[in-house]
Unconditional design. Sequence first.
Length: 441
Amino acid sequence: MRPPHPAPAGGLRPAGRRRAAVRTGLLAALALTACTARPDATLSPPAAIAHRQPTAGTTAPAPRHPADDGTVSAPRDPADDATLSALRRLVADGAPGAASLTTRGGGDFATRFATAGVADLHSGRRIGPQDHFRAGSITKTLVATVILQLVAEGRLTLHDSAAAHLPPGVPARGKGKGSDLRRVTIRQLLDHTSGLFNYTADPRLSRQLSGAGFGAHRYDSHTPGELLRIALDHPPVAAPGTRFAYSNTNYLVLGLVIEAVTRHPYDAEIRRRILVPAGLGHTSFPGTDSVLPEPHGRGYARIGHRRVDATSLDPSRAGAAGEMITTLGDLNRFFSALLGGEFLAPRQMAEIRSEKGTGGTYGLGLYATALPCGITVWGHDGDINGSYTRTAGTADGRQVVSYRINTAPLPDPAHGTAVLTAEFCARRQTGGRPAPGPPAP
């Protein structure tokens, strides 16, 4: 996400107002240069796709896009053109590939998949609907859901001090003047009003995560306690509760809170409470595992003047702030279930959507976006080296759209918003519905 002023290198970039297009950068990877060839684009119901993956190289080659055939293998709706046009613009902006998946009807899972460009600059294959990718800060929505479930169970409150729920040995204070988790509440962690320094903005760590040191440090492992110490050794950016300031540190701490309260790692609780009940079999929390599950394409980052294949990296740098791996289908299933009230009681659903503490900027792990046609959608976005993803759904969860590109950050937020506008607004105006297809992957 991008703030109203430039973010420090390596930081998550909150947008100024959530009613506009949003970027959530777990790491400050730069956008690729625009492709000169016209991207191919297709729109169809999802189908199983399997491809051999080439060996990852250090430096990626120039794009190889097939000619644009504009194929549609499903009954065409006028809104399809708007979706494909929006995806093509993302590719023209510099993303090697872009894809979107639309789910309508809640549990009916009528779906439509669209793609432009390529998943792999070596092979030229397209992004497939079953491809795995790193979802970055969308991880935060699942963490927030578990925290609110614990609130509903009476195991903590939103007004509790964060320091009251930390595992043994985890510091509550650091060298930074005023950095003290005893002064920060659970709610302030959830809505990014804690004022805690964003650990990914630490100059030394930022260089290692997404700057000149990426190549030498991409496989470095980090513990949550180590990353928290880095954050607490900086002074806070604001007093707790005074203003919105997006910080990965907040959700790093919330992952530790889940561990302390449940006596299980945060990802184990997400699996038990969310992934298994919802059947999200393609979502995982890799810890220090640097390899994406098959099938997957490649992810590309710009390091200096080089385009680098950033597909493999140690995701412990992100932890509860953004380590999740998933698919477009699993994202749609999760947000459909969440917004449909399957995970949270009505009181907690009202809380997760409450943006009062941030002046309409961010809820508790969820935010609203008002589209030009008057529809308000709820969701989150995320980026990490080589991957940007955005998911949004109607308030009742009966229509959900996820789109992704295989670079980060989003080159032009307006073109990302255009994907949502095409699916939520243009299809509504034409009365179009996605063609029935198999369950989303």
